[in-house]
Ligand binder design. Structure first.
Ligand code: 3PG
Length: 311
């Protein structure tokens, strides 16, 4: 009897593991496609505030349509839910636009090397803002994470302060977003997929006025004409791809976050960056110096050590 129970438990655990692995693989693959199209778009059309807005708009539209068509059941939400979601949406908006501004200024690989430092931000925020304490090895693992990122930043050939700061701000904002999203998902019956849908919609409302203020329709129109004349009419498909893939990868990442801790999420996210860094270096023929690659490798190794130290 008890043996059968353990068997069932083991089977359930294995099934859960398989499910998370499939989520992670899908998340990473979708993210690679997003990053490539996003950078292709930004190279021809350097308006990150608009492209960030379009990503959120695409996600909102997809989800509104799938609720209307009953492909997914619309969540039951009240004012309390949206109020609790507001700070999460502010963090999501800041993190998203900051990362996109960063990628408009520097190589995709550089943004993601800096973003591989996210677990370090997670520890610092948990320690100094939430008052959580960690065992010493956790703090020690921050040395290679921060040191590796610093080495990569210092040896980056096309270093740009806005590009660097954008990635750093994104790290900080997403740590808050992840911790508060997880808390939010725990207290509501809204699934990860629908939680992210609501997050997109609220973020879109927050971002739109700022995007108009910072860039605005005049620059967009001029830039759009230039991009079309440079790339051709199929430029519009690149924009559509970056927008739709942004939504899809985030949706799958939230389906994962619903089932794992924010910490496991951050680690999965850093591992994801290896595939993004490698594929973007190949696609965009980014020149890499060995010392620069070493910095990235140390930072990512630091994340492995961190995950070990946390267990
Ligand atoms: C964004 O635009 O939000 C960033 O590209 C996302 O960064 P992530 O890789 O942390 O999701």
């Amino acid at each position: 009897e008890s043996v059968a129970f353990t068997d069932d438990e083991a089977r359930a655990a294995a099934a859960q593991k398989l499910k998370i692995s499939i989520y992670f693989a899908t998340w990473w693959a979708l993210n690679v496609v997003f990053n490539i199209y996003n950078k292709k778009v930004l190279n021809a059309f350097p308006y990150p505030w608009l492209t960030s807005t379009l990503s959120l708009a695409a996600g909102s539209l997809i989800m509104l349509l799938s609720w209307a068509a009953r492909v997914t059941e619309a969540p039951k939400t009240d004012l309390k839910f949206w109020k609790a979601l507001a700070p999460v949406a502010v963090a999501h908006t800041i993190g998203h636009v900051a990362a996109t501004v960063s990628m408009s200024k520097v190589a995709v690989s550089f943004t993601h090397i800096i973003k591989s430092g996210e677990p370090a931000f997670s520890v610092l925020v948990s320690r100094f803002v939430l008052g959580e304490r960690f065992p010493v090895p956790v703090y020690l693992s921050l040395v290679p994470i921060i040191g590796g990122c610093a080495l990569a930043a210092l040896t980056e050939l096309n270093f740009d302060m806005t590009g660097f700061m954008g990635a750093m701000i994104s790290n900080l904002a997403f740590v808050f977003r992840n911790i508060f999203s997880k808390r939010g998902m725990k207290v509501t019956s809204v699934s990860g997929m629908n939680y992210y849908a609501c997050l997109s919609m609220l973020s879109l409302l927050i971002l739109l006025p700022f995007a108009i203020g910072v860039e605005g329709p005049q620059l967009w129109a001029a830039g759009w004409h230039e991009a079309i004349s440079q790339i051709g009419p199929h430029f519009v498909w690149w924009v559509a791809a970056q927008s739709v893939f942004y939504h899809l990868y985030n949706q799958v990442s939230y389906m994962s976050l619903d089932e794992i801790s924010p910490l496991t999420f951050s680690i999965g996210n850093t591992m994801k960056r290896i595939s993004v860094i490698v594929s973007s270096i190949i696609v965009f023929r980014t020149p890499v110096q060995p010392i620069n690659a070493l910095g990235a490798a140390i930072a990512i190794l630091g994340t492995f050590l961190y995950s070990q130290a946390k267990q």
